[in-house]
Design a protein around this ligand. Structure first.
Ligand SMILES: *Cc1c(COP(=O)(O)O)cnc(C)c1O
Length: 433
């Protein structure tokens, strides 16, 4: 599969090149040249296929021929070494738990898949690759964990100081080895802007191979399609009109769901559930797309003021507002509403959600209010203990730390504080000297 830049000013390129570059030379996001739907026989036999077989069929066209089939099978097996259960909430609502991986956030799948692709591409290469990534919370830990010890790859993570949870910070600052954490005096958008700037800085790019592990990277973004297939496999015999409510920040996850739909997966509708960072909710109401400074919320991984994958969503729906609107609804919720939802899930259904999942739950409720002939699945994108303070104060109960979290709690944080782009640049130049 070749990839084209959505800015249309760079040459089309291979999967390998798109992964190594992260972003096209004209600053555009890469997008597959074509999408071939899976045959109906695939969907008819989905009950007989394992998760690994489903994932293989779903992603094969996007990575071949650069990743040979046998290698792809190994990468998938290593990526998907944990479970993706659908848990019933009530008759109309379920949740797909995506937090059973090593850092307990859904980003583990994309990070692990991408790390293994890059490791494969780099195996005979003497030139190091530097993965540069901005995190609003969970990406950092997932990427750090996924790339730890991968030969020939250095990872530099930027995170907004004081704006990620304690556990998230521990997960990205305590691993060391090939991982460097930069604590930025600013908000997530500042981190993301610096990363974007670095990719365009010839001073840097002439001296080092930089790539991104944010969902702008196709190897991070596309494996997220798997979730929607896995949920469908678990639900399709008993439920019709499956709707996904996706707690959204950079819109990579929901956009991957839309790719699954393009492959023929029968998804009835999407709901983009937002916190107060609601550029897309506003867009669907006003038709005006107006990026804003992000504001801080209790669902911090969604504190994004200018969602980078929205342009891919526009591409999928051919920039047709009505066609997008018939497939996507979007709602935005306040922190108070989110706390109420956490409480309601716990008290009425004995389900302990995290703040992001709670926003997804609210999205389901809002959608079902106007369209009740559907079953809505909200994605539970992180384990509640990653947001311990918020969750325990709302449900008034201690929750037990899972072993993955316990393991990082006592480790020592190591980070470098930076204030601006020049600081970032000197850190990066230091990694190569
Ligand atoms: C990253 C993240 C999101 C948002 O996902 P996007 O793909 O950026 O829209 C939601 N919830 C959690 C817990 C996350 O870590």
């Amino acid at each position: 599969m070749n990839y084209r830049s959505l800015n249309k000013k760079a040459a089309n390129t291979s999967f390998k090149d798109a992964v190594i570059r992260g972003i096209a030379p004209d600053k555009g996001l890469y997008f597959p040249e074509s999408i071939t739907p899976l045959p109906s026989s695939f969907f008819e036999s989905i009950d007989d296929l394992s998760y690994e077989e489903i994932a293989f069929e779903a992603i094969k066209q996007f990575v071949s021929p650069d990743i040979p089939e046998a290698v792809l099978k190994t990468i998938i097996a290593e990526t998907l070494s944990f479970d993706f259960p659908v848990v019933n909430i009530n008759e109309k609502i379920s949740t797909l738990e995506l937090f059973h991986g090593p850092t307990m956030a859904f980003k583990d799948v994309g990070a692990r898949f991408m790390a293994r692709c890059l490791g494969y591409f780099n195996q005979n290469n003497t030139k190091e690759v530097t993965v540069l990534v901005a995190t609003s919370g969970d990406t950092g830990g997932a990427v750090a964990n996924g790339f730890l010890g991968v030969k020939g790859v250095n990872v530099v993570i930027l995170y907004p100081s004081g704006k990620v949870s304690d556990i998230q910070e521990k997960q990205l600052t305590t691993l060391k080895q090939n991982i460097t954490a930069l604590e930025v005096d600013g908000v997530f958008d500042d981190c993301q802007d610096m990363v974007k700037r670095a990719f365009l800085d010839e001073d840097l790019t002439s001296k080092m191979q930089l790539t991104s592990a944010n969902s702008i990277n196709v190897a991070r973004w596309l494996p997220q399609m798997f979730y929607f297939f896995f949920a469908y496999k678990q639900l399709h015999k008993t439920h019709q009109n499956i709707v996904f409510s996706v707690p959204s920040g950079n819109f990579g996850n929901i956009c991957a769901g839309m790719m699954a739909q393009q492959l023929g997966l029968p998804i009835h509708h999407f709901v983009a559930s937002n916190n107060q960072n609601n550029v897309v909710t506003e867009y669907l109401t006003t038709k005006l797309y107006q990026p804003k400074q992000s504001v801080q919320t209790i669902s911090n991984a969604m504190d994004v003021g200018n969602p980078s994958n929205f342009i891919r969503i526009q591409e999928i729906y051919k920039n047709d507002f009505e066609s997008l609107k018939s497939n996507l609804s979007s709602y935005s919720f306040t922190d108070d509403e989110t706390r109420e939802a956490l409480k309601e899930l716990y008290e009425n259904f004995e389900y302990v959600a995290d703040p992001h999942g709670a926003v997804g739950y609210l999205g389901c409720k809002a959608y079902l209010k106007k369209q009740d002939n559907a079953h809505c699945v909200f994605l539970e994108t992180a384990h509640p203990t990653k947001f311990l303070d918020v969750v325990t104060s709302v449900i008034n109960k201690d929750i037990e730390l899972p072993p993955q979290i316990e393991a990082v709690m006592d480790k020592k944080k190591e980070s470098i504080s930076i204030g601006n782009y020049d600081d970032l640049k000197s850190v990066l130049l230091n990694t190569i000297s």
